[in-house]
Design a protein around this ligand. Structure first.
Ligand code: CDP
Length: 229
């Protein structure tokens, strides 16, 4: 996949910690702009899922890399998003199991895994302008985009939101502990840790509705565009 055709295309980077509302907001911003939505975390989850299916834990970086090389990851555009298949199958609910939650951050902390995933993500520009959500989109994947947002919310609200989405019999306290464990690994890892890009706008969505956050981002993009013309 080549990104060369995408030189004039735009990327809206939306980063932030787990369960900060990035997915819903990013999807809606993409729809509002007519851009394609990309969930970069789903790719790290897909790699984790593929490894776990072979009995490889997230901490076994060699095994994870072998698995990435052996399985075929391919891209397709569906429902306004760039999605992926692994050996021809599009993963769905299996990306969000507690086993994947537990193993994904160690997978994503491995430098060689990130090098490959970042290359995949940059290549997606060949499909069109993108709204991409993740942890390092504004700092590493597309550091030159002028459109960077960092979405946050307080830990209690994030745990409540994620507990509401969970398909598994877990308590709010367990969800909260799992989110905190991931946040800690994501923030402390040596390679491309979760942090606010210096030129990102931080939005604390605690107590804000999804509509308010989406509208705020669309307005900010329109303002930035007007300023740059
Ligand atoms: O949806 P949620 O906020 O729970 O997480 P996600 O976006 O699905 O990401 C899952 C994990 O992938 C994160 O906890 C990070 O460890 C990793 N990730 C990353 O390192 N870099 C990204 N750009 C996106 C996700």
């Amino acid at each position: 996949m080549s990104a060369s055709k995408g030189a004039a295309r735009e990327v809206i980077a939306i980063d932030g910690p787990a369960a900060s509302g990035k997915s819903t907001v990013s999807r809606r911003v993409a729809k509002g702009l007519g851009y394609l939505y990309v969930d970069s975390g789903a790719l790290y989850r897909g790699v984790t899922c593929a490894a776990l299916a072979h009995g490889i834990p997230g901490t076994d970086t060699e095994g994870v890399l072998r698995c990435m090389a052996e399985r075929e990851f391919a891209w397709e555009v569906a429902d306004g998003a760039v999605t992926f298949t692994i050996d021809g199958v599009r993963p769905c609910a299996e990306l969000r199991t507690e086993a994947v939650n537990q193993n994904v951050s160690p997978v994503a902390a491995a430098c060689a895994v990130r090098v490959q995933v970042v290359e995949w993500l940059r290549g997606m520009l060949c499909f069109g302008s993108l709204v991409m959500e993740g942890r390092d989109i504004g700092t590493k994947v597309f550091p030159d985009t002028p459109y960077k947002f960092y979405l946050d919310a307080n830990p209690e609200e994030r745990a409540r939101r994620r507990h509401g989405e969970s398909q598994e019999p877990v308590s709010v306290a367990e969800v909260s502990a799992s989110l905190q464990r991931r946040d800690t690994i994501d923030r402390r890892r040596a390679v491309d840790p979760l942090k606010v890009a210096p030129d990102a706008e931080v939005i604390d969505s605690t107590g804000m509705s999804i509509d308010d956050v989406v509208q705020h981002i669309l307005n900010a993009i329109a303002t930035r565009r007007a300023e740059s013309t």
